[in-house]
Design a protein around this ligand. Structure first.
Ligand SMILES: *Cc1c(COP(=O)(O)O)cnc(C)c1O
Length: 501
């Protein structure tokens, strides 16, 4: 469906005097705003909002929504992002008035149910990671990385090693947020090479590891879907050098209930509940980035932590209360402090809590087993069409390379990604990681059926057989085809009409 009216702005539809709702006539003497509010609070003119009817608003937004690809409408194999189905029961749980209508400044004794759930959530995340202490505060995976690196910095300062440990080691196929978080937390980043098989180059790692290393950040399974073969050795050597191991937990979907980062040597990790635990994200909602750490790092976690009182007077907080009650512990002198207002993105955490409770321990393990099975099935189906440099087996995702197709036919990974839209599929992640030329990163997730995976493989095959020109100009069926990406980046038109000069 291509309808130019769908792409009109509400401002284009505006006619003076149109309203979606009308207030009753004023039945008290009107007073000028300036008499009711300080002049600094009164704008010179009302905001230039579009004047439209209710059906116009509804059609506008419903039509816009149909131009989007979402997990609810299409297969969405966007590697690294874990775009699994978002169960609707999670939404209902998070929207329960008992949760959704709480005031964030309520005293602890008025929000015991909420605190109980958050306390259990801390315990579940610790159990799944094998790391005993948890903070739910960070608001996204990247924010969790940053918070955990601040925790590491505080830990080293406390040990008198703050000035010495200035480096964070990051494999060269890491997500861009890893080096960015390290720099924001005040560290220098040192890239560690990856081998052609996708594993860490141990020689390069050892050359770069010394007593300046504060943290090694590692994604495991990594971004090419390989479980690091030398994980335990790497962790042991970082520890022997006095450093800490940070696990980027974005790929936890591959290992739930199968192995635990704390057991393979991580000292800290973040979760992406919006990925692993099925929260809507991307265009569909915000995320969260809770972190788990070892006992040694626990004192530095952001405040507050949710705790359950075991005795009348809590030794840590000094506050008294009934045993069994939950409370927010702010009395943590070594804490790095708050990294976000209130307790974190509670709505996202509630969805994740509901998902964890729905599946239970055995169910979570099956999630990972099926995610890995689906990825391997798809890998086996597409590797003849698009070679997978890292081999015949993967964890939750794999990275194919379009470089042969580019050489033979002049068709780029971007052309394939765009053409997939015409076949009704969201594109895989392309051009990441940079260590694979013409990378096409596919993560089917466990929620897809064999029929969907077969149809996707079939579509990929047909696309590689199509004429190059058809692909260069794709997509042909969407409202917008290919924006000029250079123009869009260099001279973006971001002005709202009412601010245009
Ligand atoms: C998604 C992702 C991140 C960042 O997480 P956000 O929640 O988007 O901030 C970090 N590392 C990896 C490997 C990821 O896939």
């Amino acid at each position: 469906m291509r309808n130019t009216r769908d792409t009109q702005l509400l401002f284009d539809l505006s006619k003076p005097g149109r309203r979606a709702g009308r207030l009753p006539a004023c039945d008290v003497p009107a007073k000028p705003l300036a008499e009711l509010l300080p002049s600094s609070a009164v704008a010179a003119a009302p905001p230039a909002l579009p004047e439209v009817t209710e059906p116009q608003i509804i059609r506008h937004f419903v039509n816009l929504s149909t131009q989007n690809m979402s997990v609810d409408t299409h297969f969405y194999p966007l590697g690294s992002c874990t775009m699994k189905y978002n169960p609707k029961r999670n939404e209902r749980a998070a929207a329960m008035p008992a949760f959704a209508e709480l005031h964030p400044l309520s005293p602890d004794d008025a929000v015991q149910g909420m605190l109980h759930v958050l306390h259990e959530m801390q315990q579940y995340l610790s159990e799944i990671s094998g790391l005993p202490a948890c903070s739910l505060q960070p608001a996204a995976g990247a924010h969790g990385e940053y918070a955990a690196l601040l925790v590491a910095a505080a830990y080293f300062r406390d040990r008198g090693e703050g000035a010495q440990r200035t480096r964070v080691l990051v494999p060269d196929n890491a997500h861009g947020t890893n080096p960015a978080s390290a720099v924001m937390a005040g560290f220098d980043t040192v890239a560690v090479k990856t081998l052609p098989n996708g594993g860490c180059d141990m020689e390069d790692f050892r050359a770069k590891l010394d007593d300046r290393c504060a943290v090694l950040m590692i994604t495991n399974p990594n971004t090419v879907g390989i479980f690091e073969p030398n994980m335990r050795t790497i962790a042991d050597e970082v520890h022997a050098a006095g450093g800490l191991v940070y696990l980027d937990g974005a790929n936890m979907n591959a290992i739930l209930g199968i192995t635990r980062p704390g057991d393979f040597g991580a000292d800290m990790q973040h979760y992406n509940p919006h990925k692993t635990f099925s929260g809507p994200h991307g265009g569909g909602g915000p995320g969260a980035g809770p972190i788990c750490v070892t006992e040694a790092l626990a004192p530095y976690l952001p405040s507050p932590i949710v705790r359950q009182r075991t005795v009348n007077r809590d030794a840590d907080s000094g506050a008294s209360g009934t045993p069994g009650d939950y409370y927010l512990d702010f009395n943590r002198p070594k804490s790095i402090g708050r990294v976000r207002s209130f307790f974190g993105n509670v709505g996202v955490l509630l969805r994740a809590y509901c998902y964890i409770r729905t599946h239970g321990p055995d169910g979570l393990k099956r999630v990972s087993e099926n995610a890995v099975l689906n990825a391997n099935y798809l890998l086996a189906r597409v590797k003849h069409i698009l070679p997978v440099p890292q081999g015949d087996r993967c964890m939750h995702e794999f990275v194919a390379s379009g470089s042969k197709l580019k050489k033979d036919k002049g068709v780029a990974a971007m052309d394939i990604a765009k053409r997939l839209l015409d076949y009704g599929y969201h594109a895989p992640t392309v051009y990441f990681p940079l260590t694979v030329p013409e990378a096409i990163m596919v993560e089917p997730t466990e929620t897809e059926s064999k029929e969907t995976l077969d149809a996707f493989a079939e579509a990929l095959f047909r696309i590689t057989e199509e004429a190059p020109d058809l692909l260069h100009e794709a997509p042909h069926s969407t409202a917008i085809s290919r924006p000029d990406e250079v123009q869009a980046a260099r001279s973006p038109c971001l002005c709202a009409p009412w601010t245009e000069q």
